[in-house]
Design a protein around this ligand. Structure first.
Ligand SMILES: [Zn+2]
Ligand SMILES: [Zn+2]
Length: 339
């Protein structure tokens, strides 16, 4: 198994409430700052760093790899045959909805139980000092986790299913261009690698749009009630945000794909939203980082709002002047700009 301890963090320090090296001084833990983008965009390229980043992103316990394998397994065992999808019928639609529901509960619920109920990792690599909010009137039923579950399952799984149903119906009726594995095996695999980058591009622009004040007030503020986040917070969004967030999957109407790509694309959007909001940077096994979970990059967005609209995969924020690298200097610059 690959050791993904790429930041060479001293594990002896992980349990301490370390004095922050940047930011606003109230983190329980955070990685060294300034945080950096993947070496994909540095010139000249450092191939050792690039290799380490690729392994980190696609090693067997990475969210990317697990979701890709899950999408293959789903296609072969839990997807309706395309012949059934020619017309919209309750049977195959409910099958997709039930499977997506099980996946979401397993991933977000599993991470929540592991980190926040049984506290298997304690405070090690946890960003925020606080636990999930209770008796807080901002949330439905005054409970952050129950509120987040409601939006994730009722709105999120339903709209994820709706997009998947639409694409499956499109494949079944030859409206969506079909890519055969045998015809282009290399491109078939490369598409998996490109989808996180496509998501990064799409998410940056959709997210900036969601911060347009009227839309923020109407929809995105619901996600931002979670300043401190947990696995159920990631996909907890207003239906308008779900619609926009998932809309990158419509690219498969234009680019030839296999249903596995569509299943992967949607699972990636829904399920890695849970893992990337775990609130812990990485999963530790015997004091070694074995799986990267939640980027500090997005944690900064939840804390400071007007920064880091994209993802940590592509430097859109750097190119457009909204990058928060976690240092106190950047925080002051962003605060001054917004005041
Ligand atoms: Zn978020
Ligand atoms: Zn936002």
């Amino acid at each position: 198994m690959a050791n993904v301890d790429q930041t060479a963090t001293d594990t002896a320090d992980m349990n301490q409430e370390t004095a922050p090296k940047g930011g606003d001084g109230s983190w329980n833990w955070h990685p060294d700052v300034p945080i950096e983008y993947p070496p994909l965009y540095a010139w000249p390229m450092d191939f050792n760093k690039l290799r380490a980043w690729f392994i980190l992103s696609w090693q067997p316990l990475s969210a990317n790899f697990i979701v890709a394998m899950a999408s293959v397994a789903v296609w072969f065992t839990a997807a309706p045959a395309l012949e059934r999808c020619v017309t919209f019928e309750a049977g195959w639609i409910l099958q997709i909805w039930a499977r997506n529901m099980v996946l979401m509960v397993a991933v977000a619920g599993g991470l929540h139980l592991y980190f926040h109920v049984y506290k298997k990792q304690g405070m090690k690599l946890k960003y925020d000092k606080r636990g999930m909010a209770r008796k807080n009137r901002m949330f439905t039923w005054n409970d952050q986790v129950r509120d987040n579950m409601l939006w994730t399952l009722a709105s999120g799984v339903t709209l994820w299913t709706a997009y998947e149903v639409l694409l499956m119906w499109g494949f079944a009726n030859n409206l969506v261009p079909f890519l055969q594995w045998q015809a282009h095996p290399v491109w078939f695999c490369v598409m998996f690698l490109l989808m996180p980058l496509l998501h990064s591009f799409h998410f940056y622009w959709v997210h900036r749009f969601l911060h347009w004040p009227p839309l923020y007030k109407l929809a995105h503020s619901l996600h931002h009630r979670n300043v401190n986040v947990g696995p159920w917070s990631g996909y907890s969004m207003h239906p308008i945000e779900h619609l926009l967030y998932l809309s990158s999957v419509l690219i498969h109407w234009v680019i030839a794909s296999h249903p596995i790509h569509v299943i992967f694309h949607l699972q990636y959007l829904a399920l890695t939203a849970a893992s990337s909001h775990t609130g812990y940077e990485s999963l530790l096994v015997k004091e070694k980082k074995r799986a990267y979970l939640s980027p500090f990059f997005h944690q900064l967005h939840h804390r400071f709002f007007e920064c880091n609209y994209g993802t940590a995969e592509m430097p859109w924020d750097k190119w457009f002047g909204t990058f928060h690298d976690g240092t106190a200097g950047t925080m002051k610059r962003i605060r001054d700009r917004n005041s």
